[in-house]
Design a protein around this ligand. Structure first.
Ligand SMILES: [Mg+2]
Length: 110
């Protein structure tokens, strides 16, 4: 399966656009983003914490990350922003600014 940023953006927009309520207002979306981030933290804490809560399901990290991506796409769509463009700008930043920040593997020298 292959999915482009634009396809994901369009699919989320098509889903949201079928409802009268439309996108949540910005601060409610921020609350959802924070909620999903907390759910990711809960999965990781369960997997790597010293004392997982007894009886609690481990959770599904892949699904929680996808939940977060959905909220991020909603936030970008509502504001007319492009996550693809943002991703490209971010990668240019880390590939440039941080090019020599980390210890390269022997077989990964440019
Ligand atoms: Mg979730």
């Amino acid at each position: 399966m292959s999915l482009t940023f634009e396809e994901a953006r369009e699919r989320v927009d098509a889903y949201i656009s079928q409802f009268k309520e439309g996108y949540f207002p910005p601060l409610l979306m921020l609350a959802r983003l924070t909620e999903e981030t907390g759910e990711i933290a809960r999965v990781l804490a369960h997997e790597h914490g010293k004392t997982p809560k007894p009886g609690e399901e481990t959770g599904d990290l892949e699904m929680e990350l996808a939940d977060l991506l959905f909220v991020m796409l909603c936030m970008a769509n509502e504001r007319g922003l492009s996550l693809e463009r943002g991703f490209e700008r971010m990668m240019a930043k880390v590939e440039g600014r941080d090019a020599n920040r980390w210890t390269r593997k022997e077989d990964a020298r440019p």
